[in-house]
Design a protein around this ligand. Structure first.
Ligand code: EPZ
Length: 442
């Protein structure tokens, strides 16, 4: 429940990046020694990935403050369980890691979800190029290779998932692998840095061509995950949409450049100093056109939060989604709050309204959750947001951090779901192999 209309002000440090933490946890499967990871976000997706690793035989221990100790020396299975894998798309990352370590992996195909079909053809093509055989049986992808050999792999598009999976599979392959047209997202770069900390020989990550010199063995390491630029962006937008003044710390402004440029174009005053970014919201702001694109372009994951902001601009903006087929599902919920948005295919026309009003709304996915939270912070009255299971997948201690910035927000039980949620496994009971991660305050 969020009581809107309060100006947010203050400093917030975002947690570790979900989209770096998940593949890095999967990468631990490649290594026979213990790995210590710091700044792991306390979100449910991390719980699920930890449970997947444990189901494969790894030992996962949690220490206070976002540290995980992962020991994959005891892994004794190459088959990931459907009940866990179906809960998050990133679970497919274990395929490359298991293939790289054991030459064998059996992982259910990640389910289609409301963002679009989430194809994995480029992942599979990459595995085949490395010499693996790929079969699909009973909905599971089975990849096997007596020995992986380095290869040149040119991705049809810079897929984050395919880049990660091919990278994971190639680290222990014989010879040199090059991944061309690789994804350049900072989370992919962080994965490459982590693999190097394990003793891998990865270079060029962060650029369009990644080179991997295969190594026979990896060793123990201690590693700190990068801060979450997408969560940071959501807090900057929280400052902007409430005409407030929010500073996020710990985030390299380069990683948030596209968001900052678009915010500036609307009249928000954005400044960066070292690893701090400050957004001082205007009382009224201008519309701006947005087109999502692979990094360093405007991140698709900030498209829904940015649309909430544009919904209150003085004029009309066009928002084009180029990454996912169906990333405007949440718009119906913003309409219920009084927004004026029309969606045609992959383009939304957002016409700013003078005010948004409270409503009962439900988040259909993680970033849509961020969007509805922002809309609620700016809206008149008290908005009831359901679908918290999505928000909890990606935003660590959201209500505590927002409250520290001056928001009136409480987590109430019994929020009425009024939107039929697509079944992507969210209602399944998750076996709690590890203790829940949401046990401490930030
Ligand atoms: C990652 O998804 C992120 N997830 C997403 O964040 C993010 O939106 C996306 O990258 C783009 O930045 C994680 O890192 C865990 P892709 P991923 O492979 O890996 C198509 C969030 O909320 N494609 O770059 O799935 C695919 O269908 C999430 O944190 C193929 O066609 O992204 C999609 O349309 C949501 N064939 C597009 O490419 C393939 O083999 C981008 O996918 C692979 C992908």
């Amino acid at each position: 429940m969020i009581e809107g209309g309060r100006r947010l002000e203050g400093v917030v440090a975002p947690p570790g990046a979900k989209n770096a933490a998940l593949p890095i946890m999967a990468a631990c499967l490649l290594c026979e020694s213990e790995v210590i990871l710091h700044r792991v976000p306390r979100i449910t997706d991390v719980d699920v990935m930890a449970a997947i690793l444990e189901s494969l035989g790894a030992r996962v221990r949690e220490q206070p403050g976002g540290t995980l100790i992962i020991d994959a020396s005891s892994v004794n299975s190459h088959t990931a369980p459907y009940a866990l894998v179906s809960k998050l798309n990133a679970s497919f990352d274990v395929t490359g890691a298991l293939l790289g370590r054991f030459g064998l992996a059996e992982v259910p195909r990640p389910g289609g979800c409301i963002l679009g079909p989430r194809a994995v053809d480029m992942h599979l093509h990459g595995f085949e190029s490395l010499g693996a055989r790929v079969d699909l049986e009973h909905g599971s992808v089975i990849v096997s290779a007596p020995a992986l050999r380095g290869a040149r792999i040119a991705l049809a598009k810079p897929s984050v998932g395919a880049t990660k999976n091919v990278l994971l599979a190639s680290v222990r392959a014989r010879g040199t692998t090059t991944i061309e047209n690789a994804a350049r997202e900072p989370e992919v770069t962080d994965l490459g840095d982590f693999l190097n900390a394990l003793g891998a020989r990865v270079s060029g990550h962060g650029g369009p061509t990644i080179t991997v010199e295969g190594v026979a063995k990896l060793h123990a390491c201690e590693y700190t995950i990068i801060p979450d630029r997408l969560v940071a962006g959501t807090y900057l937008l929280a400052g902007a949409i409430t005409s407030g003044d929010v500073t996020v710390t710990g985030v390299d402004p380069v990683m948030a450049a596209s968001l900052c440029e678009h915010l500036t174009a609307t009249g928000c005053e954005v400044s960066a100093q070292g690893v701090s970014i400050r957004a001082r919201g205007a009382r009224k702001w201008k519309p701006v056109n947005v087109r999502t694109a692979p990094y360093p372009g405007f991140p698709t994951d900030l498209q829904p939060p940015f649309v909430a902001y544009l919904a209150l601009a003085s004029g009309s903006s066009t928002v084009e989604e180029t990454i996912f087929d169906a990333r405007f599902v949440y718009v119906g919920e913003l309409l219920r709050m009084g927004a004026d948005i029309t969606v045609t295919g992959r383009t939304a026309r957002v016409t700013g309204v003078a005010k948004l009003k409270d409503a009962v709304v439900v988040a259909p996915d993680i970033r849509a959750g961020g969007s509805l939270v922002l809309a609620a912070l700016a809206a008149e009255g008290t908005t009831e947001i359901g679908g918290l299971e999505y928000i909890d997948r990606g935003y660590e201690f959201l209500e505590e951090r927002l409250a520290a910035l001056g928001a009136r927000v409480v987590r109430a039980s019994g929020v009425t779901p009024i939107m039929t949620q697509p079944d992507i496994g969210s209602t399944m009971k998750l076996p709690r192999v590890v203790a829940p991660f949401r046990s401490q305050s930030p």
